[in-house]
Design a protein around this ligand. Structure first.
Ligand code: SAM
Ligand code: SF4
Ligand code: SF4
Length: 370
């Protein structure tokens, strides 16, 4: 008989906090308790995925008995668009679609078309992007671009096919993802970014081969420290390879020069190849907390608003939407929730001030989408 590991807590089953606040007209900006504005919104469009990455959706937990959300629980694409519009009126300028695997969501192109038509209070289009495992990108790149997507981030943890298949644990070939990246490039989705999660002892041998592969191609390769998200990946600090070490390994082959951040809220530290062959980035979520500049809100597949990747509670916007709340009531609720935000988990990680709940009740990455 095969053994199943049950997650310590399925955070989705805990009662959400009701979101509420007096009705408001949007002011164009809203600040949290630590004076951080609301600027970015990550929207998870599905909790399902065709991969079973070992660090995100381990097969032992996300097996055929796993209770994925029923379709009726999901925000409809129209509900997502409505909420996104209200977030934009409160200051959001960047929206990232994620999941699960966002390209599995039916009619995602329709949502992209609607989001691409939104304008900030000063009349600018949004910075609209999507993070994907790349497996369906070769097929969908053109339709996504035609719908109004301008850029895309693809996750890729190894070039070695056998290792890649082990890491995605669903027997997807690395060639499929490379084809997807090539298709995105060909239709002009730019700038293209590739994210590699580095797990010490698993795929750190792929750092230099991936850097070599993408040098000089216009693709920005970014290394993400393996994070303690959720409760099912069995995270252990010994498996984290600090970004400083990643950068040092690359610099042994190709000298690097530090680059300026595009903005304070940028999560990646950037380096350029001294010979002009492009840039790399490092997202040091574990060793260099960037909570002080964190302007990100997250909307889950079923319409809960989360204030931090490591939050243990979401605010139920879907209930308000489905109970007939007006735009002003929804705006008031979102603004009030954001104004109460004091989350800074990465800064407090391991310290006495870390919230006790953070250890055992955290949302899974596949549910909230990174
Ligand atoms: N399925 C899409 C993908 O893989 O790009 C989008 C969702 S995925 C949850 C978003 C990002 O989170 C991916 O780049 C993935 O590599 C990253 N991720 C997932 N689990 C992680 C972990 N434990 N530590 C660091 N990054 C993680
Ligand atoms: Fe799926 Fe992305 Fe998680 Fe991998 S990282 S299991 S592709 S959601
Ligand atoms: Fe933002 Fe939370 Fe990550 Fe800090 S730990 S950077 S507050 S999401």
């Amino acid at each position: 008989m095969s053994r199943r590991i049950i997650p310590v807590a399925d955070i989705r089953t805990l009662p959400p906090k009701p979101a509420a606040g007096p009705a408001r007209t949007p002011s164009g900006a809203v600040f949290d308790a630590l004076a951080r504005p609301l600027r970015d919104l990550r929207i998870s469009v599905t909790d399902r995925c065709n991969f079973r990455c070992v660090y995100c959706m381990p097969r032992s937990v996300f097996d055929k008995n796993y209770p994925f959300l029923p379709h009726s629980a999901l925000l409809s694409l129209e509900e997502i668009e409505r909420l996104a519009r209200l977030f934009v009126a409160l200051g959001v300028t960047k929206i990232r679609l994620t999941g699960g695997e966002p390209l599995l969501r039916k009619n995602i192109e329709f949502l992209i078309e609607r989001l691409a038509a939104l304008r900030t209070p000063s009349g600018e289009p949004l910075d609209l992007t999507l993070t994907t495992n790349g497996s369906l990108l070769a097929r969908k790149a053109r339709a996504l671009r035609d719908a109004g997507l301008t850029r895309v981030t693809v996750s890729l943890d190894a070039l070695d096919d056998a290792l890649f298949r082990r890491m995605n644990d669903a027997d997807f070939a690395v060639a499929d993802v490379l084809d997807g990246i090539a298709a995105a490039h060909a239709v002009g989705l730019a700038p293209l970014k590739v994210n590699m999660v580095v797990k010490r002892g698993t795929n750190d041998g792929e750092i230099v081969p991936l850097a070599r592969h993408f040098r000089g191609t216009g693709v920005a390769l970014r290394f993400i420290e393996y994070m303690d998200v959720g409760t099912s990946n069995g995270w252990n600090m010994t498996e984290v390879l600090p970004s400083a070490e990643v950068v040092a390994r690359i610099a042994e082959h190709w000298p690097l020069v530090p680059l300026e951040a595009h903005s304070a809220a940028e999560t990646a530290q950037r380096w350029g190849y001294a010979d002009g062959a492009g840039e790399i980035g490092a997202i040091s979520s574990v060793t260099r907390a960037f909570c002080g500049d964190c302007t990100r809100a997250r909307l889950s597949t079923e319409g809960k608003l989360y204030l931090c990747l490591f939050a243990s509670m979401g605010y139920d916007l879907r209930a308000l939407v489905r109970n007939g709340a007006t735009d002003a009531e929804l705006t008031g609720a979102i603004a009030q929730v954001w104004e109460g935000r004091a989350d800074r988990y990465s800064q407090l990680r391991g310290s006495a001030q870390a919230p006790a709940s953070a250890d055992e009740r955290r949302i899974e990455m596949s549910y909230i989408g990174g």
